[in-house]
Design a protein around this ligand. Structure first.
Ligand code: URA
Length: 453
């Protein structure tokens, strides 16, 4: 098969034959197609898009490029959750123990942060002693024993995505519906769960800037999941400003524990209850709910089914009754971490420097740009520029004001944490630039924008 012909066909916006899609993905993965030809192909996909059938087939070829997890040794309906990436998004740390406490087996593989977005594996590793590397037997054993295990991605899961993602990162080809869909869904399908709940972020700090774009991505991903026999649903949530108040590894773990204790910021709690509710419903724990008035109202308000509404009620119970916190402690202990961190946050690494930034004028917060805060957090030392960079677990930013808040001159806007003064100052300058103020009252953005069941 002639690679130049395939690139040319894609450049002209034509639908490729299945063998042509397979030729590009398999050839690049095994090294027979060089970076420069794959870069040209990826750019043609970004510029011309891809037919639906080509996207579905590309996802399947990518899924089969390496190991596919067999989770049949775990009893029950295994449910996975995936976020398309954002700033301050610590929901996995909350929804995984909430759903597990409700009886849904959670066998989850998570990633590390890169660039301005954080990753669950890094966050978990800010807990002293926590291990995210486990063999398959140990992983399955942990889920069967306590109902939950979260590990880093195994070496050979979707090697095609590892190579393609690295190339996209340096060739300006990250923002493409076809490439994002195939990248995410190939990994989700290879990870082996029976059901998938997707959190599709929408706004300035997300890949998808507008609701129609986010809806298109969500529908395509749910269709691909369903076509592969997995019960898949999506929540579209706001990422114009960071989620919650804390961004950075240990600071986010701390905020997640606050939510597990029944407190924490309202937006983190609401999104966590929604996602965990979807996972509980997908896990078959909320089947055939009786039609209470409250449930009918929730279903109307959230645009979701009665089953989903019941899932959310169960998620609330897990949080308020302390069962989710107990499950989190069990999970931390099982993976070698110190569960006492839930009572004593100082057991996690503490930063040596902190800087409080106060408002220079009175007014209303009009914007807290998620991308700007994400980059500022990265530059405090909490994130990596390159994969091999070390990170500072204690670094980050904690916001005191968010969109819609009224601010008086001299009031605390945010606090920056870092291990050296240069990083502290740089993070503070960048985070300051992410704030926009106005004189008029501003409404906070809607957090849950759509539910696609
Ligand atoms: N997350 C992924 O895993 N891949 C993408 O392309 C975008 C977000």
């Amino acid at each position: 098969m002639n690679v130049v012909d395939i690139i040319t066909k894609q450049k002209n916006g034509e639908t490729l034959a299945k063998e042509e899609v397979a030729c590009m993905i398999e050839g690049f993965t095994d090294g027979s197609i060089p970076d420069y030809q794959m870069s040209a192909f990826l750019m043609a996909v970004v510029l011309k898009g891809m037919s639906r059938e080509n996207i579905i087939y590309m996802t399947e070829v990518m899924r089969d490029s390496g190991d596919v997890m067999d989770l049949s040794g775990i009893n029950g309906i295994k449910v996975d959750k995936h976020s398309t990436g954002g700033v301050g998004d610590k929901t996995t740390l909350i929804v995984a123990p909430v759903a597990a406490a409700a009886g849904v087996p959670i066998a989850k593989m998570s990633g590390r942060g890169l660039g301005f977005t954080g990753g669950t594996v890094d966050k978990l590793e800010s807990i002293p002693g926590f291990r995210t590397a486990m063999g398959k037997e140990e992983f399955i054993g942990a889920v069967n024993d306590i109902g939950i295990a979260v590990i880093g991605q195994t070496g050979n899961l979707v090697p095609a995505d590892k190579k393609i993602y690295a190339l996209r990162d340096v060739t300006g080809t990250t923002e493409s519906l076809a490439l994002i869909t195939s990248s995410i869904m190939s990994k989700k399908l290879a990870a082996g769960s029976d059901a998938i709940v997707l959190d599709v972020k929408c706004g300035r700090g997300a890949f998808m800037k507008t609701l129609p774009e986010a809806e298109e991505l969500a529908r395509l991903m749910t269709d691909i999941g369903k076509a592969a026999g997995r019960n898949t649903m999506a929540i579209i949530s706001d990422m114009n400003q960071p989620l919650g108040r804390a961004a950075g590894n240990a600071p986010e773990v701390q905020e997640a524990i606050d939510v597990l204790k029944g407190g924490g910021p309202e937006d983190v709690r609401k999104l966590s209850v929604t996602l965990a509710g979807a996972m509980i419903a997908a896990g078959g724990i909320a089947d055939e709910p009786e039609q209470t008035d409250m449930r009918k109202q929730t279903a109307r308000d959230e645009g979701c089914s009665q089953k989903f509404a019941k899932g959310m009620e169960i998620a609330e119970e897990m949080l308020t009754g302390g069962k989710a916190l107990a499950k989190f402690r069990e999970f931390v202990k099982a993976q070698g971490g110190d569960p006492e961190i839930t009572d004593d946050y100082s057991l996690m690494k503490q930063p040596s420097h902190r800087l409080e930034i106060r408002a220079e004028q009175r007014g209303y917060v009009e914007g807290v740009d998620a991308l700007g805060i994400g980059l500022a957090v990265q530059h405090t030392g909490a994130g990596r520029e390159r994969k091999e960079d070390p990170i500072d677990m204690s670094a980050g930013i904690v916001l005191n004001k968010k969109i819609g808040d009224r601010v008086e001159k001299g009031e605390l806007l945010f606090t920056v944490y870092a291990d050296d003064e240069i990083r502290l100052e740089k993070g503070a300058e960048e985070a300051k630039a992410a704030f926009r103020f106005g004189e008029n009252i501003v409404a906070a953005p809607d957090l849950i924008k759509a539910v696609i069941e």
